[in-house]
Design a protein around this ligand. Structure first.
Ligand code: MLT
Ligand code: MN
Ligand code: ZN
Length: 297
């Protein structure tokens, strides 16, 4: 299977349009940090088409990196879209697929569908353009991706509902996906939103060849320290990397997988290639994703 990181930044991208924090300014200069587009992934089995995992607002430029196999005048570069959650940075890109010739095939949890029909009704919008064909993924049930040697198995990773659902009474949590390639036996686990590091989650990570894990924030109070927001990382559904209970310590203990951080917020000092935090990540045997990183397994 081939995995390609299309976008490695969290919502807002890197640099973020209105942000002048140290890391964003470094990305503008382009010496100590490289710019990144918003969170998205593509993968394909040994045989068969590409699949898009999360549709970011940067989907147009991200999809340009994938070329379709058929020579029709209009041919989609991906066979379907899989959604780990209903956050705007993972779903706004669905609107950019409205020029599709056929209904867009979209996979996700039941709560994600409800969010995308009510609070942020992109599925209802797409209906009037190319159409949207929804497929519900059940937690902990593996499903074959048609036309491919891949299966996907979702699992719940905690977290909060998107803010556009505030007051709606609709509660949902994020999912991670385990992808397995029947042709090669390769296993990749993708968790861009990780709020709960329980034994179930840790077991799935430990049994993978590659894990692509939530690296949104270094500290729990990262935004408060910069005076940007009073919301903590945990309030936003993201465990911080640092600290004894942080994600980095847990990843360091995993022996089998190659470990890569994704969905990195523009304030996170690991984006600075010469920072002590980046050095700590390296020291833990963990990588920081960048756009275009490709992994074959
Ligand atoms: C998140 O990852 O927590 C969300 O994307 C935040 C947001 O976009 O508001
Ligand atoms: Mn996000
Ligand atoms: Zn910033």
């Amino acid at each position: 299977m081939r995995v390609r990181i299309l976008g490695s930044a969290a919502g807002g991208g890197f640099p973020q349009w209105n942000c002048h924090c140290e890391t964003c300014e470094a990305a503008r200069v382009g010496e100590r940090a490289r710019p990144r587009t918003q969170s998205s992934l593509a993968l394909r089995g040994d045989e068969g088409p590409w699949f898009l995992v999360n549709a970011s607002p940067d989907a147009r430029q991200q999809l340009a990196a994938l070329s379709p196999e058929v020579g029709d005048v209009r041919a989609p570069p991906v066979a379907a879209v899989l959604l780990t959650d209903a956050e705007i940075d993972h779903t706004a890109g669905l609107l950019l697929l409205r020029e599709s010739q056929a209904p867009v095939r979209i996979f996700g949890a039941e709560g994600v569908e409800r969010a995308l029909r009510s609070g942020f009704p992109v599925l209802e919008v797409l209906k009037r353009y190319c159409g949207a064909e929804w497929h519900t993924l059940e937690p902990e049930q593996a499903m074959e991706l048609e036309g491919s040697s891949l299966t996907v198995e979702p699992f719940e990773t905690g977290g909060d509902s998107p803010r556009y659902l505030d007051g709606s009474g609709l509660e949902l949590q994020a999912s991670g996906f385990v992808f397995r390639d029947r042709a090669t036996g390769g296993v990749v686990t993708y968790v861009p939103g990780l709020a709960r590091l329980d034994d179930g989650v840790l077991g799935r990570l430990a049994a993978s060849d590659v894990v692509l894990v939530d690296g949104t924030f270094w500290r729990n109070d990262e935004l408060a320290l910069l005076g940007i927001s009073t919301r903590s990382a945990r309030d936003m559904g993201h465990l911080p990397l640092s600290g004894p209970e942080g994600t980095l310590a847990a990843l360091e203990r995993l022996e089998r997988p190659r470990k890569v951080l994704v969905h990195i917020n523009n304030t996170n000092p690991i984006l600075l290639e010469d920072s002590p935090e980046r050095e700590a990540v390296r020291g833990a045997g963990v990588e920081v994703a960048y756009d275009g990183l490709e992994i074959e397994l």
